[in-house]
Ligand binder design. Structure first.
Ligand code: SAH
Ligand code: SF4
Length: 375
């Protein structure tokens, strides 16, 4: 593991931060260009530098007049993100811990594969959903991220590699559907300005039924993944407090509706915790539950975090048995390829390690943070 010390220094808190260009649509960018400097043309050039080239400095936007670059430098900043920590794993994964000048850290990860480059980004600082196996959930909730802070993670990661990042998954910190409007604006920017296919953008949700419905109504072919983790309400209740509000049958039905509405295959993520939700009985009960919809089950062996519940990762034999039951019934199954073990690349882990140093997080699961009706 390498740690980049030059970016480890905390930045001073910026109380009167200038507005950030990253996060603005092309139309919104027109409003930052003075009327005499051709806003229509310049906003198009700006969008190209920001989103297509992932440019990290206004000074390098050579085709913009010097007067405009000076004006932008004075009135705006390019991106809201500061890097607090940058780690590179031995298997090619880069993990950044970023903040917005206020030391509330969130994380994003670059995942290069042979055939494509993907990245994993955060939608909130912390998470209020309180899942009992999750480092982010155990750390509590600070705030929603802005579109600039979310798309800024993609652009920062893109600036680290010469290969194009073609896939984005919202599986970092936070529950994306709790920050609906900012996440949807980010999806639009990634599609319209960065040029990514909606099919390559994956939202992973804990299972907020009204928000899944609302996402489906946009009729965008966004890939949706539900963190299911058990077909039994009594087990899911124990793992995910949200299940008291929207139980298994209800949320799976909503996924079926989403698949129908968008014409997209959906994913059921299934975290495997030893002797908790990895029993053959639960594998068998999963089969009829997800029948009659185009879907895949993605198995994720538990990444150890100290939950205080004694949760353990299952043996590979137990994982194989669980997988075999599903496959024998004709269910499509994949298993998460784990990367970046040596840099704690799993959800919430690196930020969790920095908690003492950076985070002011105090919250626990707060009922008021869970919307009870469509926002
Ligand atoms: N809030 C969203 C997205 C972020 S979590 C959600 O819950 O779906 C992304 C994925 O990581 C989820 O499937 C979550 O259940 C899983 N996850 C959380 N903690 C984990 C752990 N300790 N080991 C393995 N996967 C974990
Ligand atoms: Fe939040 Fe997802 Fe972690 Fe649950 S698993 S606490 S929803 S980030």
């Amino acid at each position: 593991m390498e740690t980049n010390d030059s970016v480890n220094q905390p930045m001073p808190f910026e109380s009167n931060a200038r507005p950030s260009l990253v996060g603005l649509t092309r139309e919104e960018l027109q409003s930052v260009v003075p009327a005499g400097l051709n806003p229509k043309l310049r906003s198009k050039q700006l969008a190209w530098h920001l989103y297509r080239r992932a440019e990290q400095s206004i000074a390098n936007m050579g085709d913009l007049p010097q007067a405009l670059r000076d004006e932008l430098d004075r009135t705006c900043r390019l991106s809201p993100l500061h890097v607090a920590d940058h780690r590179k794993s031995t298997d090619g994964v880069d993990k950044l811990l970023v903040h917005n000048g206020d030391q509330q850290v969130y994380e994003c990860v670059l995942l290069p594969y042979e055939d494509r480059v993907s990245c994993c980004i955060s939608s909130q600082v912390g998470c209020p959903m309180g899942c009992t196996f999750c480092a982010t959930g155990l750390g509590g909730f600070d705030r929603n991220l802005t579109p600039g802070e979310i798309v800024g993670q993609y652009l920062l990661l893109q600036s680290l590699t010469d290969r194009r990042i073609s896939h984005v998954v919202f599986m970092g910190m936070g529950e994306p559907l709790l920050n609906f409007d900012s996440v949807v604006k980010t999806l639009t920017l990634l599609h319209d300005e960065v040029g990514l296919s909606y099919r390559h953008l994956t939202i992973s949700t804990v299972g907020l039924v009204p928000q899944i419905r609302k996402l489906g109504e946009l009729e965008l072919p966004i890939h949706l993944a539900l963190s299911l983790h058990s077909p039994f309400n009594e087990v899911r209740d124990r793992l995910m407090p949200v299940n008291h509000k929207w139980p298994v049958e209800e949320v799976v039905d909503e996924m079926r509706r989403y698949a129908k509405k968008t014409g997209r295959k959906v994913t059921f993520e299934y975290l495997l915790i030893d002797e908790v939700n990895d029993t053959p009985e639960q594998a068998r009960a999963l089969i009829p539950l997800i029948r009659n919809m185009p879907c895949v089950v993605n198995l994720i062996p538990f990444n150890w975090v100290d939950t205080g519940n004694g949760f353990k990762r299952p043996t590979s034999d137990r994982v194989r048995t669980f997988r075999g039951i599903l496959e024998n019934a004709g269910v499509n199954v994949t298993q998460r390829v784990e990367r970046g073990h040596d840099i704690a690349a799993a959800c919430g882990q690196l930020a969790g390690m920095h908690k003492g140093k950076f985070s002011k997080r105090t919250g626990r699961l707060s009922e008021s943070a869970i919307p009870l009706s469509p926002a």
